[in-house]
Design a protein around this ligand. Structure first.
Ligand SMILES: NC(=O)c1ccc[n+]([C@@H]2O[C@H](COP(=O)([O-])OP(=O)(O)OC[C@H]3O[C@@H](n4cnc5c(N)ncnc54)[C@H](O)[C@@H]3O)[C@@H](O)[C@H]2O)c1
Ligand SMILES: [Zn+2]
Length: 382
């Protein structure tokens, strides 16, 4: 009688709500407030200090908003954390958030409201996901990349062992509020960064969107609101759809299509010690992966030209001295495989909206692809 097996499925329903608005603490506030369960909730506001310096009115406005809604919220003192990749490199950031969760009496029915770029969302979200085995997170993304990609993702994590996102968990935020007004203070460089992810997801999933990005790239680079906000919303929607409908929200399978262009991007970010930001490294990574597809005989040089053109028009620099050492970049392939586990699976694209997977690649192919990428770049002028 000792040979019993208990075997059943665990269903864990999760709602993934993403709102777009222009004024989250004014006219648009009822839209996210109505999601908050009845009663009063403890809430810990956490701010990306880079955002807070550039946009100081947001913190005081949010605090005043919470105080004005004291029937719904009881706020803990706001916490400031370093912005940018420092948030994911410095283990003290996670510790400081957990200390504030503890001292602020944040429980599993409370909220941590995070204002910041993708790096702060990742690091603070990680701390919130492991405290009490997970407290509720309200994300208020403040960069284009956080609004159109990172803030939509169900991944949290920090860098460790000199690798990106080595330490982390999957967890779904309570809600994501994408307020476009929070983007106004971004530098042009950080503004641009979100749109390489928009190009990435359009190439993977939506040929019509890729055409639109080609048409709108220079207006987006000039920060014209209408095409920029439209592109952010579509990219966010495509990422969101992939999580909801792709059949693998917690990435149990070995393919990770949304990481198109990322095996080299993550490596370039580490090798250049932050000289390349994530969105910039992704732009170069897309250039390398599209050259790889040509190298494999799957994509045409004209497609490669189109992809490089749209990225150049968005203002990305697609070359970097680090490309002189392809052997260092190649290490990223093995790190990528290990991070996913199992056999290597790289998703490439042969035409807009037409992805395919490869499972084997050698150093010679990478090296040739990088050469091909640089050669094509030299032939292009914007
Ligand atoms: N979890 C995911 O699914 C996911 C997806 C994509 C990217 N990411 C991660 O996101 C990170 C990149 O995020 P990012 O591009 O948002 O950059 P970032 O978070 O590094 O922020 C860039 C800079 O902008 C500052 N900043 C933020 N908002 C501002 C504002 N409104 N005005 C002025 N300055 C502001 C920050 O302080 C920082 O210095 C990477 O670590 C990447 O790995 C995560
Ligand atoms: Zn990315």
């Amino acid at each position: 009688m000792n040979n019993r097996t208990l075997d059943g499925d665990i269903q864990i329903p999760r709602r993934h709500v993403v709102l777009f608005c222009d004024d989250a603490f004014g006219k648009d506030s009822p839209r996210w407030l109505e999601l908050i369960p009845e009663g009063q909730h403890r809430i810990l506001p956490v701010f990306d200090s880079g955002f807070d310096n550039a946009h100081p009115s947001c913190r005081s406005r949010f605090e005043a908003f919470l105080d004005a809604h004291s029937d719904r919220f009881n706020r803990a003192p706001s916490l400031l954390v370093p912005g940018g990749e420092a948030a994911k490199n410095d283990p003290h950031v996670v510790e400081s958030v957990m200390a504030s969760i503890h001292s602020g009496n944040i429980c599993r029915q409370s909220f941590v409201a995070i204002f910041g770029g993708g790096a702060v969302l990742d690091a603070v979200g990680f701390a919130a996901s492991i405290a009490h085995r997970g407290v509720k997170v309200l994300r208020f993304p403040t960069t284009t990349l956080a609004q159109d990609d990172a803030g939509i993702g169900v991944k949290n994590g920090v860098n460790h062992h000199n690798e990106k996102n080595w330490r982390g968990v999957f967890s779904v935020p309570f809600a994501v509020v994408n307020d476009f007004s929070l983007l106004s203070t971004l530098s042009d460089r950080d503004w641009r960064c979100g749109f390489s992810e928009a190009v990435k997801v359009a190439l993977l999933k939506d040929a019509v969107e890729f055409d639109r990005l080609e048409r709108d790239a220079s207006a987006i680079a000039r920060r014209v609101n209408e095409p920029s906000h439209r592109a952010i919303m579509r990219s966010a929607e495509l990422h969101w759809q992939h999580i909801l409908e792709g059949g693998d929200p917690f990435e149990d399978q070995i393919a990770r299509p949304l990481d198109y262009g990322h095996w080299s991007a993550h490596r370039l970010e580490r090798l250049t010690r932050g000289d390349l930001k994530h969105g910039e490294a992704v732009a170069i990574g897309l250039g390398i992966d599209v050259a790889l597809a040509v190298e494999f005989g799957e994509a045409a040089p004209d497609f490669q030209r189109r992809v490089l053109n749209v990225l150049l028009q968005l203002g990305f620099d697609l070359d970097h001295p680090q490309l002189d050492a392809p052997e260092d970049i190649f290490v990223g392939i093995e790190q990528f495989r290990e991070h996913l586990g199992g056999a290597l699976t790289l998703t490439l694209v042969r035409d807009p909206g037409v992805p395919f997977d490869i499972h084997e690649i050698c150093f010679g192919q990478i090296s040739k692809a990088i050469e091909r990428h640089r050669f094509m770049l030299r032939t292009l002028t914007v």
